[in-house]
Design a protein around this ligand. Structure first.
Ligand SMILES: Nc1nc2c(c(=O)[nH]1)N[C@H]1C(S)=C(S)[C@@H](COP(=O)(O)O)O[C@H]1N2
Ligand SMILES: [Mo]
Length: 257
């Protein structure tokens, strides 16, 4: 859109379309169709919608409004669907912000996971120590915002158990996850403590291959693909909003699936 256009030529339809995209299906159901008119959106956001800047503000407001709605609607006891092993997608797709030949090469011997922030206990973990914790596995569906989904089997440590072993302050708001390829994301504490959130070390029964995130991927079947970081090297428990690689470029932060 061109900011020099007079207000009456604002592209109403595409504003509403973008606004609709900012709302998840759950929040759309919660608020009904009525607000998805220009007047309704203006009322909700307090934006006058007379130029591009106010439309941008509106969409940003919608997105954080949607984060809040999704957080309210998130049920920490509700499990994402699991599938029989016969339904695993083979081969499982690879995706990253770079091509497969750029996947980071991480040395298992020298690898260390560093915990920081609101944590009282052990802050440096070796891979051996992580493999020594109780392991479980689950077959779940990964949904990528780019329009594909696939079923895979991941195994590893329940993240809530890891966080409590490390003496984390689970009343903190966020957990930030930093990756060897400089990707990062962050999640809300209720999702970090969800029983299906796993610090995964294996894929389909084998050590996690490089392309799927060696040595470790945080797998959350309750969140979209971009919230599932691979090659994690540092984790921080914090009350300061950490954002994320795609989230800072406009993807919705809560990213529920
Ligand atoms: N470190 C890192 N983690 C990442 C990404 C990335 O580029 N780097 N991409 C995300 C996205 S958008 C998707 S869909 C999944 C893909 O995971 P897969 O290669 O195991 O299918 O990884 C997510 N985690
Ligand atoms: Mo994705």
């Amino acid at each position: 859109m061109n900011s020099k256009k007079p207000p009456q030529t604002l592209d109403t339809e595409s504003i509403i379309k973008d606004a609709r995209k900012e709302l998840s299906s759950t929040s759309r159901r919660l608020f009904g169709k009525r607000i998805l008119t220009l007047g309704g959106l203006a009322l909700l956001s307090g934006c006058d919608l007379t130029n591009d800047k106010s439309v941008n503000n509106l969409l940003r407001t919608m997105s954080s409004f949607n984060d809040g709605a999704q957080a309210l609607l998130f049920d920490p006891g509700k499990l994402a669907p699991t599938y029989p092993e016969s339904m695993i997608t083979r081969p499982f797709p690879f995706n990253a912000f770079y091509d497969i030949d750029q996947v980071p090469d991480i040395d298992a011997q020298t690898y260390r996971l560093e915990l920081s922030g609101l944590v009282k206990g052990k802050r440096i973990w070796t891979l051996g120590e992580l493999h020594g914790l109780p392991q479980r596995s689950q077959v779940t569906r990964h949904i990528c915002i780019e329009g594909w989904s696939a079923i895979g089997k991941w195994g590893g440590v329940r993240f809530s158990e890891f966080l409590s072993l490390a003496g984390s302050d689970t009343t903190a708001k966020y957990v930030a996850l930093h990756c060897a390829d400089n990707y990062w994301t962050s999640i809300d504490m209720p999702t970090a403590l969800h029983p299906q959130t796993l610090l995964t070390l294996t894929y389909d029964g084998d050590i996690l291959p490089a392309k799927y995130g060696f040595p470790m991927k945080l797998r959350m079947p309750t969140k979209l693909g971009y919230k599932n970081p691979k090659h994690i090297v540092a984790i921080s428990v914090t009350n300061q909003f950490p954002g994320g690689y795609w989230e800072n470029q406009g993807y919705n932060w809560f990213g529920g699936s």
